[in-house]
Write a protein that binds this ligand. Structure first.
Ligand code: ADP
Ligand code: MG
Length: 238
């Protein structure tokens, strides 16, 4: 079984390497080089056709690029980052023992909960552990679960509190940072929290930044947190 899995993963890795990011060739999730657990999770959640922002962002993100993505509310940005998060950890054979692999920052508790619910739906056939860190429980209670999580969805203030206060919080292995609704993160005054969080993170990582609007504050944040990003934007038809 182990050998079969390895061969499957080698094949998947080769197909991802072979993605032509200029081709914009994937209309459906079924046609993309995705793992079986993700493909099944998307199918079971009735996601079939990619939205425009997903078409543009997912191929680049699967290949490991940083992304600076802009598309209005309702355009499907959540899957544009959740699919690459699941896939890029899966292809690295991420397990519980590897600790925190991906950190997803969201400006509000409500939005964080929404992201977490989509993650649970499309990630249902994966074995990753995922948690929400949005306050509302005691720091101690949250802390006890943190150490076992592979993927965390959190609000900036609460995350920083843990980084400052949870001594054993293990973040050196982190592979991916997602900044969702970056424009709102900045508008709500979380800039210093996000800066402080980014300082705690390993430099060698992939960062995906999404926002509904392209503002100066967002480009400032992008400059600090992204490395040679791919710019993907979906504009409304005039
Ligand atoms: P955004 O973050 O850009 O505001 P969301 O990720 O919240 O957008 O998605 C908006 C809506 O579109 C949600 O109801 C979501 O389930 C739906 N959606 C996203 N991607 C797809 C897709 N590929 N196919 C069908 N529906 C989708
Ligand atoms: Mg969103």
């Amino acid at each position: 079984k182990r050998k079969r899995d390895d061969e499957d993963l080698d094949g998947l890795n080769q197909r991802v390497q072979g993605i032509n990011v200029k081709g914009n060739e994937y209309e459906t999730f079924a046609s993309m080089p995705l793992s079986q657990p993700t493909a099944s999770g998307l199918e079971a959640s009735h996601y079939k056709t990619l939205t425009d922002i997903q078409k543009q962002a997912v191929p680049h993100a699967l290949k490991g690029s940083d992304i600076l993505g802009a598309a209005k509310t309702g355009s499907g940005k959540t899957l544009a980052f959740l699919v690459p998060v699941l896939e890029n950890l899966y292809r690295r054979r991420w397990t519980e023992l590897d600790g925190l692999g991906a950190l997803i920052l969201s400006p509000t508790r409500e939005l964080a909960i929404q992201i977490f619910e989509v993650l649970r739906k499309i990630g249902r056939y994966h074995t990753f552990s995922a948690g929400l860190v949005i306050g509302g429980k005691s720091l101690k209670e949250e802390r006890e679960r943190l150490g076992r999580m592979n993927i965390l969805v959190c609000t900036p203030g609460r995350m920083l509190q843990h980084m400052d206060q949870t001594a054993a919080f293990e973040i050196d292995n982190l592979q991916m940072l997602v900044l969702d609704e970056a424009d709102r993160i900045m508008d709500m005054g979380f800039q210093r929290d996000v800066d402080a969080i980014v300082e705690h993170l390993p430099k060698e990582r992939q960062t995906l930044l999404f926002s509904a609007t392209q503002t100066k504050k967002v480009s400032d944040l992008a400059r600090l947190s992204l490395r040679d990003p791919e710019y993907v934007a979906v504009h409304e038809a005039a």
